[in-house]
Design a protein around this ligand. Structure first.
Ligand SMILES: O=c1nc[nH]c2c1ncn2[C@H]1C[C@H](O)[C@@H](COP(=O)(O)OP(=O)(O)OP(=O)(O)O)O1
Ligand SMILES: [Mg+2]
Length: 204
């Protein structure tokens, strides 16, 4: 059965722009900007948990609100539709796949140069960019995962600095940041994961 509406929940507008560009008109996409709590652990467990949280928050819409004494508000909720979330990891092979799911905080604290410095002691500068999408058809429905992985090299920053670690991830001679956007969207970790999601959606 074709999907009527898919709600992509992310606090990152660059991710949203890429997902919209890659999915195009194939999937009717809506989006909500929420900063979902992310647990620690394996990337698959983080992605599933993130999706369950999104399904619970978004899938439920306020049915009615009762104002009780002392102006406390009690909300009663109603079940809603399918949600999509995504978690991105950057795994340095020399560091046994760290920072992995914690890349956001490493990037924020160390910047591009600091991330390069983490690898100074190692010959191996390779890294894997991993994107794990999680789809749930609603609250209580177990999330299904779609993963894409690209191996590249960590290099001193080159190219525009508007999207995360794009300037330090080199693939086939170009950093993601130097690449034409359309090119990144055909070969990236995100593109690979989304092609699996698209294929699966077509079988539903
Ligand atoms: O293609 C990418 N190219 C470069 N950088 C990227 C890419 N994709 C995610 N990133 C960055 C964003 C964040 O610093 C970290 C992942 O953290 P992650 O939790 O998945 O993203 P987020 O918190 O920004 O958005 P969300 O609300 O979907 O969790 O890597
Ligand atoms: Mg996040």
């Amino acid at each position: 059965m074709p999907l009527e509406q898919l709600n992509f929940i992310t606090g990152n507008r660059n991710k949203l722009a890429e997902v919209k560009a890659i999915l195009g008109d194939v999937v009717p996409l809506q989006s909500k900007s929420l900063d979902l709590t992310e647990i620690q652990g394996a990337m698959e467990d983080i992605s599933k948990d993130k999706c369950r949280r999104a399904a619970t928050i978004v899938g439920f819409s306020i049915l009615f609100t009762i104002t009780i004494a002392r102006c406390n508000v009690l909300n009663i909720w109603k079940i809603g539709g399918p949600v999509l979330t995504e978690d991105t990891c950057l795994c340095f092979n020399a560091l046994k796949e760290l920072p992995g799911p914690y890349i956001k905080w490493f990037l924020q604290a160390l910047g591009h140069e600091g991330l390069n410095n983490l690898l100074i002691a190692y010959k191996d500068k390779s890294a894997q960019a991993v994107c794990t999408f999680a789809y749930s058809s609603g609250p209580g429905h177990e999330p299904i995962l779609f993963q894409g992985r690209v191996t590249g090299t960590i290099v001193p920053a080159r190219g525009p600095t508007n999207f995360g670690w794009d300037p330090i991830f080199e693939y086939d001679g170009e950093t993601y940041a130097e690449m034409d956007k359309a090119k990144k969207n055909t070969l990236s970790h995100r593109a690979i994961a989304l092609s699996k999601l698209k294929q699966w959606l077509q079988t539903q």
